[in-house]
Design a protein around this ligand. Structure first.
Ligand code: NDP
Length: 452
């Protein structure tokens, strides 16, 4: 049977664009891609990229004090959201254009509309057209999840936060994961009175406990009203804002309430179950190591499969899929020892096992140091850095590395190479320190602080 395309990709985010570009540009497949919102997907348009730009914007709050300590006669009067927001929109437009060019240059045909799956080889476009493809790739990502409760419709999500017309005076962030913690720090940095309510005992569940505690302490010290063990019972509209009635007995009022209580796979209305694609409990598309679903012609990559929900993973999965199916090279992504960063303030970089995970598997040694870094200490700030290595007592391998520090994301990228290569504590030790730097602590940690 002759198909219109070799590959039809649904979703123009990180994973879908990479798969389309490689399949068409590198392997010569006839490829089309449909995107219903803006090209670039969550990461570029309403996730990692605008979030990180907001982190940068919010970090300038210390500029007056720091610059003066360093001898600069500087006066910064305040933060203007509208100026920043206009610049942010320009940048997102530029990036969206770059994504479009990438696809165009690779010979991918694009459709700016929603597409759904009609059968194993047919895609239905929103304008009524139907096209056929030998393979279909679902790369539709995830979408914010907000629990249902009284007044939940008053809450916004990370999708809307980038479109705020003005900066609120008072904000409540609900949740304790990446997004909640990052946005609590961003808004606090921008001068918003910020509260964060999290139902559990400590934010950033699943990460190294010592690092979680370190981050939470610093966030509180920098002004975030972090309330753990607290959930919202109901939200009420008032004349002057939104009242949050919470389990800790407070009834405080806010201008915005943002829910960051997780994301769910974006599969609604795609028609997947009707054609026999098996979905998991959360609606995630079940795939094998080669991204193939229960329907052999249909594949899926990225957050819609709910494995490791990070852009670089979606990109790796999309690339491996294209090489496997169109490049004659059977390849799968690698989900082991994935370094990542949480852009809280302070920033957190992490790779490998937490102390708790490693301890449960065998004897370990823990090396850690906390200190005030030179740059901000000089300016009279109290910020503290944490550098931590979790080492296997038997093999001496570094099982985990956890860094809470300015630029921790940059540091963990490099430490991640060593950990991935199987470096031992002694390999770290024989690497000469870069002085004076924060990262030199990683190669000068002499005595374990704990053994178990
Ligand atoms: P997470 O799954 O990380 O966190 C969700 C949070 O919401 C948890 O604290 C959870 O609590 C809480 N929660 C869940 N359901 C409810 C509920 N019904 N009521 C109250 N609280 C609830 O999700 P995020 O939305 O923060 O992020 C989604 C994904 O996006 C992440 O998993 C990550 O992979 C990715 N991401 C990565 C970033 C990065 O790499 N820097 C940045 C942003 C996102 P509990 O812990 O008790 O379950």
């Amino acid at each position: 049977m002759a198909f219109d395309y070799d590959l039809f990709v649904i979703g123009g985010g990180s994973g879908g664009v990479r798969a389309a570009r490689v399949a068409s540009g590198d392997h010569g497949a006839r490829v089309a891609l449909a995107e219903e919102y803006r090209m670039g997907g969550t990461c570029v348009i309403r996730g990692c990229v605008p979030k990180k730009l907001m982190v940068f914007a919010s970090e300038y709050r210390h500029i007056n004090k720091d610059a003066r300590a360093y001898g600069w006669d500087l006066e910064v009067k305040g933060f203007d959201w509208t100026v920043f927001h206009a610049q942010l929109e320009n940048e997102l437009n530029r990036l969206e254009g770059a994504y479009r060019n990438t696809l165009k240059n690779a010979g991918v045909e694009t459709f700016d509309q929603r597409a759904t799956v009609k059968d194993a080889h047919t895609v239905r476009l929103a304008d009524g057209r139907e096209v056929t493809a030998k393979h279909i790739l679902i790369a539709t990502g995830g979408t914010p999840f907000v629990p249902e409760f009284e007044g939940s419709d008053l809450a916004i999500t990370s999708n809307e936060i980038f479109h705020m017309k003005a900066l609120p005076k008072r904000a409540l962030i609900v949740g304790g994961g990446y997004i909640a913690s990052e946005f609590a720090c961003i808004l606090n940095g921008m001068g918003v009175e910020t509260s964060q309510y999290y139902r559990g005992a400590q934010i950033l569940r699943g990460f190294d406990e010592e690092a979680r505690g370190h981050i939470a302490t610093q966030m509180i010290a920098s002004g975030v009203n972090l309330q753990c063990g607290t959930d919202v019972l109901r939200l009420e509209k008032t004349d002057t804002g939104i009242r949050a009635v919470a389990t800790n007995g407070t009834e405080d009022e806010f201008d915005i309430v943002m829910y960051a209580t997780g994301r769910k796979p974006n599969v609604a209305g795609l028609g997947l179950e009707d054609v026999g694609v098996r979905l998991g409990k959360k609606g995630e598309i079940e795939v094998d190591d080669w991204q193939q679903t229960s329907v052999p012609s249909i594949f899926a990559v990225g957050d819609v499969t709910d494995r490791i929900n990070l852009t670089p993973i979606a990109i790796r999965e999309g690339h491996a899929f294209a090489d496997t199916v169109f490049g004659g090279q059977k390849r799968k992504a690698d989900w082991d020892l994935v370094p990542s960063a949480v852009f809280t303030q302070p920033e957190f970089g992490t790779v490998g096992k937490t102390e708790e995970e490693a301890e449960a598997e065998g004897p370990i040694e823990v090396y850690s140091a906390t200190f005030r870094p030179m740059q901000t200490l000089f300016a009279g700030r109290q910020d503290r850095v944490l550098m931590k290595l979790v080492v296997c007592a038997q093999t001496r391998r570094v099982l985990g590395c956890h860094i809470v520090a300015p630029h921790a994301g940059e540091m963990i990228q490099l430490a991640g190479i060593a950990v991935k290569m199987g470096a031992t504590k002694e390999d770290f030790d024989r690497t000469v320190a870069v002085h004076p730097s924060m990262a030199e602590e990683l190669v000068t940690l002499r005595k374990p602080v704990r053994k178990s």
